[in-house]
Design a protein around this ligand. Sequence first.
Ligand code: HAM
Length: 418
Amino acid sequence: MKNVKGTKDILPDESPLWQRLESTFRTMPALFGYKEIRTPIFESTDLFKRGVGEGTDIVGKEMYSFSKSEDGESLTLRPELTASVARAVMQYNLIRHYPTLRLWYYGPCFRYEQPQQGRQRQFHQVGAECMGTTNPEADAEVIILANSILKNCDISDYKLNINSVGDTETRAVYKKVLVDFLNDNLSKLSEDAQKRLATNPLRTLDSKDARDREVVKNAPSILDYLNSESKEKFEQLQTLLTASGVSFEINSRLVRGLDYYSNTVFEFITDKLGSQDALGGGGRYDNLTALLGGNPIPGVGFALGVERLILLAQQNEQPAEAKAQVMIVSEQAFNGIVFNIANTLRAQGISIVTDLQQRSFKSQFKDADKSGVKSVIVIGENEAAQQAVTIKNMVSGAQHENVDYANIVTVLQEILNG
Ligand code: HAM
C-alpha cells in the first residue's frame, strides 16, 4: 500500500530539518509574547463556510467534508486555522483575560488541490494571530514576527508584498468600479474570472491566469479608493515596517483568497519554488468574529506553509543526521547489565544504543564503526567478572580499561566533550 495522493511521509532522514524549523516556530513567537493555541483538526463545516467564505476556492472546491456526528452535522478537516482560532477565542472569551491576545499555532491543514511541488493535500502551517486591536502596530508586529521566523529558518530568498483592501465601505465603492471595468473586458477574461464576477470579483486581481493578468494590468487600483482611515492605517504600517528594517513592496493587485480580510493584506513570495510562490501570507480580519455570529473582535495574523519552508531550507543545507553518541558492545549473557547501564546513562542525557539482535562482537563493532558513534562501551566476560567496563574513544582510538560502573559517566563525558 502507498500513502494517499497529496500527502507525504516525513522520513527519518528528513525529520532533523523539520525539528530544527519546529524549534524556531516555538522560540520566535515566545520572544514576541505569543502563546501557543491548539485547536481540533476538524470543525463544523459551517465555521469555514462563514469564516473563509462561500465564494472562495477553499470552501467551494477544496474542503474535506464528511458527516460523522450524531446529529448529521457536516464536519470539515481544517483548511486553515484562523477561523478555528477565532472560534476558540469567542467560545472561551479569551479576550476578557488578555485585551491584546497574542496566539501562535502549528499543525496540519487539508485542502483538496492538485498536488505539485510545494502544494499538498495535507500540509502544515505555522502562524500567529494578534487579536483585540485595530491599530497598525499589531499588523506590523505580526509581519515582523513572520519575517523573523523565516530569517531564523535561514530562509532569505523571498520578498514581502503588502497591500490594503480597505474597509467594508472602501470595498463596496471599489467593487462597483472594478466590476464595471471587468465587464468592459469580459471576453478577454478566463472562464473562472467571468464566473467569479458576481461572487468574488476582487479575486481576479491576483488570478494566475495569463488572460486575467493581461486585463488587470490596466484595472483601477484599490489604493486610489481607500477612505482616509484605511489610507492612514496603511501609511502607518509602512512607516513601522521601514523603522524596523523590514523591506517590502506595495502590490495593489494583492487581494488573497480568503473572504475575511479587511485593510492590510500581505504575502511572502519566493521565485525559488516555481508556481507555488507564496511562502506565507496573512492580513487583518476585523469582521471575522461577527461573521461567525459573535461580537466583533478585530484581529490580524499570518500563516506560513511549512512544506515550502522545508523545500527552501533543503536547498541551503544538508540535514544533519540524528545519531546516538554511544554504543554498548556486549555478549547476550550480560544484557541485564547492558540495559541497566544504558538506562543510567540516558537519565544523564547521553544518547546510547545497544544491540538487539544477539550478534557477534565482531559485527557489533562493525556497526559501531559505520554508525559514527563517538564512544563504545565493551562488556565481555572479563569486564563482567570485574564489575567494570572498557570504554573506547572511537575518534582517537584510546581505550580506558577497568572503568567502574560509577565512573562510566565521567569517562564518557570527557570523550564526548573532547
Ligand atoms: P493562505 O494563504 O491560504 O492563508 O495559506 C498560508 C500559506 O499556507 C500559503 O502561503 C502556503 O505557503 C501554505 N499553503 C496553502 N495551501 C497549501 C497547500 N495545498 N500545500 C502546501 N502549502 C499550502 C491562510 O491560511 C490564512 N489563515 C493566513 C492568515 C492567518 N490570515 C490571517 N491570519
